[in-house]
Design a binder for this molecule. Structure first.
Ligand SMILES: *Cc1c(COP(=O)(O)O)cnc(C)c1O
Length: 438
């Protein structure tokens, strides 16, 4: 499947998802790409086998991708899917992985060597935080947390001034960040940090986790980032029925990432890749409707007496500097909302224990509304010190809006909050009664 079918004119990505990179006449006229469940591929001759390996392992230059060899190295499903994913951000190349964490760890290991330094924005997803706080340091890679947001660049430059960044190799952040929805200006990071901190011998790599908004509401590569990283488990998959990840970027860097993927064995399977292709056909309509639902929900949450604050870029209370970043690099507000309730963890748990339609489960970006408690769930493997610095408070609840009628979801949260209120009132009454007895 090496020949990309060039469209007659440049189509929008949502149009390309219906056929790009696949010719039905390769497979009996099948409109959808068949599922190639094979581990290995036949060579026409020993010479052809030798040639495929040389191209795949970079020993021979070729303008075409390597011929099919073995499904850890390449597979038709992976190749069509990667061509389609790349189209969303106009990327030179894309690679799909067995999970978001497989994508992040493979990319990090391909870029960073012992002695190198990494700056990572906080907060980041719990697993990513664990990788930077605990695993990469075991390989001699120093990982330094810096608060994401409008002051990120200044904070990094301050470290530079203190001569603490002699070996900086990678800057990794999420925008918006999970779970505080805080945004960082990608273009500013590129012009103020990448350009200034790279040397002839050491190019500083900018890797942005684009899981929350991308690729429909935010494209990070056009702003100058080197890598756009995804947990494809989330919006790209979109139905909470698969685990996968993706990295998009420049061809020379992607060759290194794909080389590591081949050896670490962290690629996606053909079946998951096929499912992702199906999901990409509906990506735009799903994300747009979910974002509309989130806007209604965010407004409603603001009016609830037990809610301290609501985080969603559509809200008027969003800081001006944050709004500016959102307007500059996003064309939508996404469908993730975090909010803090009065009464901390206990009240948050009382609400979560009483939802009926919302699913009390981690993950996000699925067709169903998912609700969870970041501090004890998705971000429990972030050290408490970093949780506090990043603003992941005990009373914080994160909600990912699905495709239900949003009125039903509001009704559900309303009844859960009412039940939680009653639990508080009942406890208060019980305490008062006990006191009276004494
Ligand atoms: C879920 C998530 C990840 C990890 O992805 P997996 O597919 O679960 O391995 C990474 N980054 C963000 C922002 C996520 O939400």
């Amino acid at each position: 499947m090496d020949k990309k079918k060039k469209p007659a004119h440049t189509c929008a990505p949502e149009t390309m998802m219906m056929g790009y990179g696949y010719n039905p006449w390769w497979s009996e006229g099948s409109v959808k790409p068949p599922l190639f469940l094979t581990s290995t591929f036949l060579f026409q001759s020993a010479e052809e086998g030798e040639d495929h390996f040389k191209v795949a392992y970079g020993q021979k230059k070729s303008s075409k991708p390597a011929g099919l060899i073995y499904s850890r190295v390449n597979n038709p499903e992976l190749e069509i899917l990667e061509n389609r994913l790349a189209a969303w951000e106009n990327a030179e190349d894309a690679a799909v992985f067995s999970s978001g964490m497989a994508a992040i760890s493979t990319m990090s290991l391909a870029m960073c060597k012992p002695g190198d330094q990494v700056i990572f924005g906080i907060p980041v997803y719990g697993g990513t935080s664990y990788l930077f706080e605990n695993i990469l340091p075991e390989f001699g890679i120093e990982c330094i947390p810096v608060e994401s947001g409008e002051n990120f660049v200044e904070s990094v430059l301050e470290l530079k001034k203190q001569k603490k960044l002699q070996n900086l190799k990678m800057i990794y952040f999420e925008t918006p960040a999970n779970p505080t929805i805080i945004m960082t200006d990608i273009e500013k990071v590129v012009t103020k940090l990448k350009k200034r901190l790279s040397t002839k011998k050491r190019e500083v790599i900018i890797a942005v986790d684009n899981t929350f908004m991308g690729p429909v509401f935010q494209k990070v590569l056009p702003h100058g980032a080197d890598f756009s990283v995804y947990s494809a488990t989330k919006f790209l998959g979109g139905h909470s029925d698969l685990i996968a990840g993706a990295v998009l970027g420049r061809k020379d860097l992607m060759d290194m990432v794909k080389g590591y993927r081949t050896i670490l064995g962290s690629m996606a399977t053909p079946f998951v890749s096929w499912m992702l292709m199906r999901s990409l056909e509906t990506l735009k309509v799903r994300m747009e409707q979910q974002a509309r639902n989130a806007e209604v929900m965010a407004k409603w949450l603001c009016e609830q007496p037990e809610v301290n604050y609501v985080l969603h870029p559509s809200l008027d209370n969003t800081r001006e500097a944050q709004k500016e970043i959102c307007q500059k690099q996003c064309c939508g507000n996404g469908s993730l909302i975090s909010f803090e309730v009065k009464g901390g963890k206990r009240r948050a748990f009382d609400i979560l224990n009483n939802v009926e339609h919302c699913k009390l489960a981690v993950s996000l970006g699925g067709t169903e509304t998912l609700i969870e408690h970041p501090r004890t769930m998705t971000h429990s493997d972030v050290s408490p010190a970093l949780q506090d610095r990043a603003g992941i408070t005990p009373g914080m609840i994160r909600i990912s809006l699905g495709l239900e009628n949003v009125d039903d979801i509001i009704h559900d949260l309303d009844q859960a909050m009412k039940k939680a209120r009653k639990i508080v009132a009942d406890k208060k009454a019980a305490r008062a009664a006990k006191k009276k007895k004494k």
